[in-house]
Design a protein around this ligand. Structure first.
Ligand code: HEC
Ligand code: HEC
Ligand code: HEC
Ligand code: HEC
Ligand code: HEC
Ligand code: HEC
Length: 503
């Protein structure tokens, strides 16, 4: 079959029949085809990815634009060539002769390449999508930036919950918001201008109601839960361990509306304004009852004494104001070492091991490599120099302890991103950082003289405490006795005035 260029039904001007335009058409078709698949998968997938957008919205669209530009550009070039007399106007019109084996082959190759190209594009798009959905992508593709959160997440009780489920979730508004955030983040990574450490709180985080309450429902009564803690002194080989058992009154929407979770679910809503970015200093707290009655608690030094905080500074208290590290809890050295000693991963028979381990974990290092080297050398040289007799017979035990300390370091300290426990304080509790005592310190007073209580029985009952042969037990509650040495200063000072979790 021969198509006579004069007789052929031509839909476009002759100028459009040229190689550049053909490339533009094929490129546009492949991109359009991939985009259709991407949009389709992306739209109907139950959870949304931050990074599918990088492909669908960042990489492919410019290619599509290039394809679109090539189409008229080819035509323009051809017109110019014709007007300059470089090309014959009709020469380039398509001429296909299917009885000609050369044309048959060319056509086969053209069809094969186009179909294969589309298939590959489709498979790549789908693969890229599933990969960008995975935690590995969030944690590893942005390797250095997200690595601390990725590693901490792997060890959290939410390890099975994907990054995207807390950080992105459903809803068109958040989807677009995070798509843009993801693109901005990628650009920052390329330029190397991202902040180290990544600042928190994440002010743009979706409301807790949309994240946590998909799975948890604290409006349902929680009973008290029992917490048992074991503590070791600086030299666990000489001083017996100390244990404390606490009954945490979690509570919720029970009849008497008492307990910790009552913060969100009893008759009052709690609002606060923080003095600092990290929300660690709180001097202004407001409760609003169901009937609309407001009560304001302030410290004596509050900057809001004369003027209420601007509405943009006021935050309604939700899950994240206590559970601020549900998936990325970088643990403090003391906590890590107490646990390792309790589990006998580090032997409590090694003299001074608690003090030395906490000391090396608390030091700041430039890189993980340096940390590993220094942890080993500091501890080894201490035992060689100061515990000569012990070292002579227990080298293996010390080696094993060092290996455990290094593993704990790698899982909780990220010097390249400056991520560690004291940079990201945990707001549950009050010993290592102020946590609950940010408000519950007896210092926040209302006009009528009410305070936000610091009394030790407000939130928990101590049912057991002590060490060795001297363990007190009482299901109705015990007066706190400070471990190891008690000079009573905890009654007037904040725990975090002396404690910081490290050395
Ligand atoms: C259970 C919910 C949850 C999951 C799952 C989760 N995150 Fe988070 N993430 C949070 C919350 C809540 C914060 C905010 C902490 C704050 O504002 O103080 C946060 C903060 C962050 C931050 C800011 C820095 C910081 O440490 O506060 C990064 C980065 C981050 N998450 C990355 C990730 C990555 C990567 C994953 C998956 C490997 C992930 N997140 C999984 C809840 C989650
Ligand atoms: C997709 C479901 C899901 C979401 C969303 C989720 N959680 Fe959880 N959470 C779980 C499961 C399942 C467990 C139990 C894990 C276990 O016991 O091993 C859990 C455990 C917990 C615990 C008890 C264990 C601990 O780490 O202290 C707390 C507290 C908690 N979640 C708070 C939160 C908060 C706060 C959020 C919102 C930022 C949240 N969760 C979002 C499913 C979820
Ligand atoms: C006023 C602080 C505070 C707020 C606000 C708060 N919690 Fe808690 N929550 C606690 C404390 C304290 C515990 C006791 C566990 C502990 O000490 O780690 C707890 C325990 C839990 C547990 C574990 C219960 C168990 O049986 O192990 C879950 C799940 C939980 N909270 C979810 C939530 C969710 C979801 C929200 C938001 C709707 C929320 N919490 C708001 C302080 C709070
Ligand atoms: C932003 C300030 C703020 C923080 C932080 C805070 N609270 Fe509160 N809390 C309040 C206020 C205000 C009240 C009084 C609420 C009311 O009157 O409805 C209260 C009341 C309580 C009560 C009930 C007290 C009673 O008299 O029955 C418990 C229990 C409690 N909080 C536990 C906690 C725990 C546990 C934490 C830390 C994980 C915590 N709170 C952190 C502001 C705070
Ligand atoms: C506003 C609530 C609240 C008040 C008031 C309070 N605590 Fe606590 N306490 C907590 C919470 C929450 C935890 C953390 C439990 C956890 O680590 O999961 C905690 C933990 C502890 C622990 C274990 C500490 C650790 O780091 O292992 C001790 C000991 C303790 N409290 C003693 C006291 C004493 C003594 C007082 C009185 C001066 C007091 N608490 C007042 C809420 C409170
Ligand atoms: C005046 C300073 C000071 C104050 C205030 C203080 N502590 Fe301590 N605390 C210490 C010292 C010092 C040790 C270490 C004792 C040792 O190892 O021999 C210690 C040890 C502990 C331990 C064992 C720690 C571990 O990891 O082995 C716990 C638990 C503890 N304190 C709880 C508290 C609580 C809860 C409060 C607040 C209610 C508090 N402390 C207030 C100085 C203080």
């Amino acid at each position: 079959m021969t198509i006579d260029p004069k007789r052929r039904k031509q839909r476009f001007s002759d100028n459009f029949y040229n190689t550049t335009t053909y490339i533009g058409v094929v490129l546009s078709l492949i991109v359009l085809f991939s985009e259709t698949i991407l949009f389709w998968v992306d739209f109907f997938s139950p959870s949304k990815s931050d990074y599918i957008g990088i492909l669908a919205y960042l990489i492919l669209p410019p290619l599509l634009v290039i394809g679109f530009i090539l189409i008229p550009l080819g035509a323009k070039w051809k017109r110019e060539r014709i007007s300059k007399g470089l090309e014959d106007k009709t020469r380039k019109a398509i001429h296909i002769d299917l009885s000609n084996p050369k044309h048959q082959n060319a056509l086969m190759i053209f069809l094969f390449v186009t179909i294969a190209g589309m298939l590959v594009a489709a498979i790549c798009s789908y693969k890229a999508f599933t990969y960008t959905e995975s935690d590995r992508f969030c944690g590893v593709a942005c390797h250095q930036i997200m690595n601390p959160e990725y590693v901490a997440h792997m060890h959290s009780s939410h390890a099975k919950i994907k990054c995207v489920e807390c950080h992105i979730g459903s809803g068109a508004g958040w989807y677009v918001h995070y798509k843009m955030a993801g693109v901005r983040m990628l650009l920052k990574k390329i330029q190397g201008t991202y902040a180290r450490p990544i600042p928190t709180p994440v002010t743009t985080l979706r409301p807790a109601k949309e994240i946590c309450e998909e799975c948890h429902w604290p409006g349902k009564t929680y009973n008290a839960i029992q917490i048992k803690r074991t503590y070791f002194a600086d030299d666990p080989s000489k001083t017996p361990k100390w244990t404390i058992q606490l009954l945490m009154h979690i509570g919720g929407k029970s009849k008497d509306s008492s307990g910790i979770h009552a913060h969100m679910y009893n008759d009052n809503e709690v609002y606060y304004a923080a003095d600092d970015e990290k929300r660690q200093k709180i001097s202004w707290v407001k409760t609003v009852s169901k009937s609309g009655e407001e009560k304001i608690y302030m410290t004596k030094t509050s900057p809001y004494k004369d003027k209420a905080p601007a509405p943009s500074k006021i935050r309604k208290m939700d899950c994240m104001d206590c559970h601020n590290r549900p998936a990325h809890h970088f643990e403090a050295p003391e906590v890590l070492i107490n646990r390792a000693l309790e589990d006998d991963n580090i032997s409590p028979t090694i003299p001074m091991i608690k003090a030395k381990a906490v000391e090396v974990l608390s030091k700041e290092y430039k890189s993980e490599g340096e940390a590993v080297e220094k942890i080993e050398s500091i501890i080894t040289s201490y035992y060689i120099k100061s515990q000569v007799k012990y070292y002579a017979t227990h080298q293996q035990k010390i080696k094993e302890a060092i290996a455990v300390i290094i593993t704990l370091y790698k899982n909780n300290f990220f010097p390249e991103m400056k991520a560690r426990w004291d940079v990201y304080p945990y707001d549950i509790g009050h010993r290592i950082s102020n946590g609950c005592f940010r408000c519950h310190d007896d210092e926040h007073q209302s006009k009528s003289g009410e305070i936000i209580p610091r009394a030790c029985t407000t939130c928990h009952t101590i049912t057991e405490q002590g060490s060795g042969d001297n363990i007190q037990k009482n299901a109705n509650g015990l007066d706190f006795q400070h471990p190891f040495e008690d000079d009573g200063s905890w009654k007037t000072m904040n725990c975090s005035d002396c404690h910081n979790g490290g050395a």
